[in-house]
Design a protein around this ligand. Sequence first.
Ligand code: SF4
Length: 195
Amino acid sequence: MKKIKKKVKKEVFSAAIYDGYPAWIIVVTATTAIATYLAGGYIMFTLHFLTGWLYVAYVLIMECSLYKEACPNCCYYGKLCAFGKGKIAKLFFKKGDSKKFGTRKLTWKDLIPQMLVVLVPLLVGVALLISRGWNWLIFIAVLYPFLNWFMLNPVVYGQLACKHCKQGRKCCPALQFFSKKSKDNHKSHGKQSTI
Ligand code: SF4
């Protein structure tokens, strides 16, 4: 156990660039992402089985668009990236052109379809709590995305995924977008950026 702890600690705090990510990081990133989908799915199925299946279809479309549009052009295509998706993408889509990966500048407008995966169940969950009375499972399913956004994601992306990402060193629109937002945020609060 001590050896594993030492290995994990070394991997978290080193700034090594990974050609393939260690399995434990992929398990952590996959678990936090799947938990978000399960929380949203639980709320949407609680509302009605039709809205539940519509939600599942929407999540699958969102995931497939990543595998189809981004992963084939990524340097982790066919490899274990922080999310394990580079390997999965190779099963369904041909290799793309790595020069195309960073050509598009990310804006909030681009993020809306992904944010809906969390926002719609959130609103539905609150409406269910108001209209159908208190339900601990719904409350937890409403709360989890917040915890994920504000507490887990900074660690998962900041310490485990982006920090060791080869594509991020080359060019990554998401990393550029979020690092810029964070810098602007620091500036507006009169503090020097530490990123
Ligand atoms: S790092 Fe992102 S774009 Fe690259 S293979 Fe993994 S999920 Fe796809």
